[in-house]
Design a binder for this molecule. Structure first.
Ligand code: GTP
Length: 596
């Protein structure tokens, strides 16, 4: 294909602003999917995506479009919308020359609209601003066109208005893509370079790698090389999605498509990596490749310990499709055998847990999420700590914790509530801007560890659901962090240890102690539950002793009833865990970790 007739673009939008619906309409209008085949959210392939209405994996679709009597090829590259997948978003934007900035005409700009807009501007993309859902009676196109215009620096009249639902304005939008988005440029004679912007594991075809060719050409049967690892593979199949796969012989400058080499694991085909030819390699990879970096860690355990091998198998399978997933085995006195799993962020964590439970039928319990601390000892040695049980004993000089920059967008009436929340989470305010007369953007620097504990929920409840939030890494800061242990009759219960700020240690300790007091049954002797920092006790609760004689009730009663009771008690014991001398039903641990 002549690069002059190619347009590569993405749609960037906040969740629910209508990206998938707009994509569906484009597929229909360009004729690649007819009305009969059309089903809502055609491109969101995974069930879990469809159910939650979120897009996790990006994909590319090729669509023909005629403008001014000339035929063009439009490649629409789908981006995941959520903050946890920022890196994937930025790589898919790198594969484009333009972006459609889609904003709900009844909602206005939200945090992820802005976050993605900044990424698109970083990638030097041409931005086409569009208001969606203009069919809604509650739409306020004038107001929000002005808001968008002031942010991207255009005229309100330049903001297109569409309804992805009815299709109104969508042909004009496709014309604007052709007219405004630059054609790709690249050197057709140079050694081949293609950017991997996504890779997906398919049980029938192995890993399907999505690429955007920048220079040169890639063809079937070529031996290709991944520039970050040096690994070489033969291309078994190349093609484009339109939206079903269509095999082709090769892809040239500016083209977007997929290739299959027979590798079985997406980690061999990393997002952001550069593909070149093994026979005539390029000297210089495309810029910006990063390994995905886990930011949030949690212990994940099967509720029934016999499920441990299934959990291991499920994780191995998930990893084939999720290069960001990392894990290692872990043992807990309270919860048994499980895994410490690293996630990109909270949504990633939720998605992985949900997939493990749903696709693999596992019942799981996870410990409170933790972040990656750097502990510097007085003797100068350093430790990376992602698990409270690894928190070093001995003389600690400084603990560094990861921090993030957050953007919070909300109606102006909630400014006070949001400030109070962020201050309570050790936030430092960086700025506040009015986007329009009644909506503000607030910027805070916050410890990531404070966000992983229920920050989203707290923000939503304080703003009646009207706030949106986005964050990006912003280095680390020294903080007064301590490890709080929860002791049962003097024995630490590992699953409940946490690394928290010293000022919050008492709150955490007394909360956990009181939860456990309510959940652990009385024993034959008095059991103290204590929260401690090192040897220092900071909170205490007591479970009073009881003399539990199950047979007392059946005084002189019939023997079969006695036997039944004894039988029942024996069964109950199977799911008991011993912490020192204290017998605890596994459910108590599970309940203490899940109530909040
Ligand atoms: P994510 O995939 O979660 O990012 O969401 P999305 O941006 O793809 O939104 P989606 O297309 O799922 O649309 C969200 C909701 O808005 C759905 O209920 C759509 O039916 C509805 N919607 C999308 N476009 C329009 C529109 O033009 N008018 C009206 N009235 N509703 C729309």
């Amino acid at each position: 294909t002549d690069p002059a007739t190619i347009r590569n673009f993405s749609i960037i939008a906040h969740i629910d602003h209508g990206k998938s619906t707009l994509a569906d309409r484009m597929l229909q209008l360009t004729g690649v999917v007819n009305a009969r085949e059309m089903r809502a959210q055609y491109l969101d392939k995974m069930d879990i995506e469809r159910e939650r209405g979120i897009t996790i994996k990006s994909q590319a679709v090729r669509m023909p479009w005629t403008h001014d009597g000339r035929g063009y090829v439009l490649n629409m590259i789908d981006t995941p919308g959520h903050v946890d997948f920022t890196y994937e978003v930025s790589r898919s934007l790198e594969a484009c020359e333009g972006a459609v900035l889609l904003v709900d005409a009844a909602q206005g700009i939200e945090a992820q609209t802005l976050a993605n807009l900044y990424l698109a501007l970083d990638a030097d993309l041409t931005i086409i601003p569009v208001l969606n859902k203009i069919d809604l009676p509650s739409a306020q196109p004038e107001k929000f066109a002005a808001e968008i215009a002031s942010i991207i620096g255009c005229q309100p009249a330049d903001v297109l208005q569409v309804s992805a639902k009815t299709g109104a304005g969508v042909p004009e939008l496709l014309d604007a893509v052709v007219a405004q988005v630059p054609a790709p440029t690249g050197d057709a004679q140079a050694p081949a370079r293609a950017l991997i912007f996504d890779s997906v594991y398919d049980i029938y075809r192995g890993v399907v790698t999505y690429v955007r060719v920048v220079d040169g050409e890639l063809s079937t049967r070529d031996r290709i090389r991944m520039m970050s690892t040096g690994a070489a593979h033969e291309v078994l199949e190349m093609g484009v999605h339109s939206p079903e796969p269509v095999v082709c012989a090769g892809l040239g400058v500016g083209e977007v498509g997929y290739l299959i080499t027979g590798v079985k694991d997406v980690r061999q085909s990393r997002v952001g990596d550069t593909v070149t030819l093994a026979t005539r390699p390029s000297a210089q990879p495309l810029a910006g490749y990063k390994q995905p970096k886990p930011m949030v860690f949690a212990g994940v355990y099967p509720i029934d310990s016999v499920d441990f091998p299934q959990l291991r198998e499920a994780l191995e399978k998930l990893q084939l499709n999720d290069a960001a997933l990392v894990y290692e085995p872990e043992t807990s006195g309270a919860l048994g055998f499980g895994f410490r799993i690293g996630f990109l962020g909270l949504l990633h964590m939720e998605i992985v847990q949900e997939r493990l439970e749903r696709e693999f039928g596992l019942d799981l319990i996870s410990t409170a999420p933790s972040v990656n601390y750097r502990v510097v000892m007085e003797d100068g040695s350093q430790h990376r700590v992602t698990n409270p049980s690894e928190f070093p004993e001995g003389k600690i000089d400084t603990v560094f914790e990861p921090v993030v920059r957050t953007n919070i967008l909300c109606p102006a009436e909630f400014i006070g509530a949001v400030m109070e929340l962020c201050q309570g989470r050790r936030g430092e305010q960086l700025g506040l801007d009015y986007l329009s007369e009644d909506r503000v953007e607030m910027r805070y620097r916050l410890p990531l560890g404070e966000i992983v504990f229920d920050f989203f929920d707290a923000l939503k409840s304080r703003t009646k659901g009207y706030a949106s939030l986005d964050y990006e890494e912003d280095g680390e800061q020294p903080s007064d962090m301590v490890k709080v242990d929860i002791l049962l009759n003097g024995e630490p219960v590992d699953a409940f240890s946490a690394i928290v700020h010293r000022e919050k240690a008492f709150g955490y300790g007394s909360e956990m102690a009181s939860r456990l007091r309510k959940l652990i049954p009385r024993q034959q002797f008095e059991v103290p539950i204590q929260a401690a920092i090192g040897a220092r006790i900071i909170a205490r609760e007591t479970i009073r002793a009881v003399r539990k004689d199950v047979l007392a009730k059946c005084y002189g009663g019939d023997i079969s009833r006695k036997r039944k009771l004894l039988e029942k008690q024996k069964q109950g014991k199977k799911r008991m865990k011993m912490v020192g001398r204290v017998e605890v039903p596994q459910e108590a641990f599970v309940a203490a970790l899940t109530t909040s």
